[in-house]
Design a protein around this ligand. Structure first.
Ligand code: SAH
Ligand code: SF4
Ligand code: F3S
Length: 454
């Protein structure tokens, strides 16, 4: 009988995309996706360790799987991703019912490790580094109209709060032509929107050639691929955001008017302690350049509250920069100490929980104020919307994304992957409401994208 698999993903888009590769690998070995994840023969958990709650979620899920496995001894559990890379043996110690532990540098080995575990019992294999960009893994993509394309793995920065360099290794860029070729084959299969992925996309190519800036060039090439209507990318580090990237965005009609531009803090003292490489003023200056260069640009960000040593005055500076930046939306995080990172050792400077909560709530007010104002300013406009499918809350409604990456809900049913003109009629801090004007293009894909090498 054909074995079935289910993959549960924690963390960021990199992990989501790695899960698509894991699915591709398992399907290449003859497994099929389980319709009921609780009945899957193979369960893969692709983990994250960016903040503490990410760990807690994993152990909670493993607890639940323990009872399922006790009832079905043939079942296999594999744990991969960033937390597996970081905690390695701890996972097997805390959860001996796990069959396979693999890391971020050997996603391609997951299938082989599962086979080995079936014969030999639990196995763990973690590599410390990738020696080259892991190309040519099969990919089973979740949706057929939009796709993630990795352009870079790892990170060479050393932000004092961040575990990513420790678990994802040094920065390696994917060869330029390989990226463009993948986008072309995706477009040929019907994909119309691609998101270029890297921890620091603006340093893309630094390890490939002296010719710079390669990211701007890559954006232009990818944006010119026949059939591609939208190009997005995440994330550009503010210190490396260059005018050439902005010029390339402006000159590439398919490049969407959206910049995810992570601030982390508005205090120069805190930014220096974080090793972010910019000041609040420099950040805003580059942002003004981006807004001047790309008309109608939506800007989103990441901000950490309660970094060790953050004072009320530091936090006020964050509020000021956030207000001046007029974000369309922001991911705000409470600082979470990660063992092994520089800032985690500064226990004498940890910010009391009450202060963190108070600051967090204040920041939310500032961000939601600008988000709502930005969204209200869209009311009355007709937006180009890529349809994602029926609304999760109300299936009689359809949801999609504008070029600025704003979620919009409108009445009626339109096929997933279509483009539609939608009149914006209402605004909330986190989404827009609209009315369908007309469908401008149907989905291009004929079938689900076949499993293919990427
Ligand atoms: N490479 C990206 C960030 C990836 S991590 C960049 O530099 O922009 C995504 C976000 O998680 C970060 O921007 C940061 O805001 C948040 N984050 C990372 N480590 C954290 C920590 N220890 N505590 C709280 N938030 C954290
Ligand atoms: Fe982490 Fe900084 Fe690298 Fe982003 S740039 S992944 S925050 S170390
Ligand atoms: Fe992403 Fe979490 Fe790893 S945010 S890179 S999955 S630690």
């Amino acid at each position: 009988m054909t074995r079935t698999y289910a993959i549960r993903t924690f963390g960021c888009q990199m992990n989501e995309h790695d899960s698509e590769r894991l699915a591709g690998l398992l399907e290449a070995e003859g497994l099929i996706a389980a319709t009921d994840p609780n009945a899957a023969d193979v369960v893969v958990l692709n983990t994250c360790c960016i903040r503490e709650n990410a760990d807690n979620k994993l152990y909670g899920t493993l607890g639940h799987l323990k009872s399922l496995k006790a009832a079905r001894p043939g079942m296999q559990i594999a744990v991969g991703g960033c937390l597996a890379q970081k905690d390695q043996a701890i996972i097997q110690e805390r959860a001996p019912h796990v069959d396979v532990v693999f890391g971020t540098h050997n996603v391609g080995e997951a299938g082989r490790l599962l086979q080995r575990a079936a014969l030999e019992g639990p196995v763990m294999e973690i590599l410390e580094e990738s020696d080259a960009f892991p190309s040519a893994l099969p990919v089973r993509r979740d949706v057929s109209h939009a796709a993630w394309v990795t352009i870079q793995i790892g990170c060479d920065n050393s932000c004092a709060f961040c575990i990513v360099p420790a678990v994802r290794g040094r920065e390696i860029s994917r060869p330029f032509d390989e990226v463009v070729d993948e986008v072309a084959s995706l477009a040929a299969a019907g994909v119309t929107e691609v998101t270029l992925l890297g921890q620091n996309v603006n340093s893309y190519g630094r390890d490939l050639t002296r010719r710079r800036p390669l990211f701007a060039e890559l954006l232009r090439h990818v944006g010119a691929v026949d059939g591609i209507r939208r190009v997005r990318f995440t994330s550009p580090h503010p210190k490396d955001l260059r005018p050439e990237t902005i010029t390339a965005m402006a000159a590439t009609p398919t490049a969407c008017e959206h910049l995810h531009y992570p601030l982390q803090s508005g205090s120069d003292r805190v930014l220096a302690a974080m090793h972010r490489g910019y000041t609040g003023a420099r950040y805003l200056e580059k942002l003004a350049g981006a807004r001047a260069g790309v008309g109608d640009l939506a800007v989103t960000t990441d901000i950490i509250v309660g970094f060790p040593g953050e004072t009320d005055a530091d936090f006020d500076a964050t509020l000021e920069v956030a207000a001046a930046a007029e974000y369309d939306s922001a991911y705000t995080f409470v600082y979470s100490p990660r063992t092994g990172t520089e800032a985690a050792a500064w226990t004498d400077r940890y910010v009391p929980a009450d202060d963190v909560t108070r600051r967090f709530d204040l920041l939310k007010v500032v961000v939601e104020r600008s988000a709502l104002a930005k969204h209200e300013a869209r009311v009355g406009r007709v937006e180009d919307v890529l349809v994602e499918g029926p609304s999760k809350k109300d299936p009689s409604m359809t949801s999609g994304r504008t070029r600025q990456n704003k979620l919009v809900h409108f009445a009626g049913q339109v096929a997933t992957g279509s483009y539609a003109d939608v009149l914006v009629t209402g605004a909330a801090p986190h989404f827009l409401r609209g009315e369908l004007v007309e469908v401008t293009a149907g989905p291009r894909h004929r079938t689900r994208i076949p499993v293919s090498a990427s």
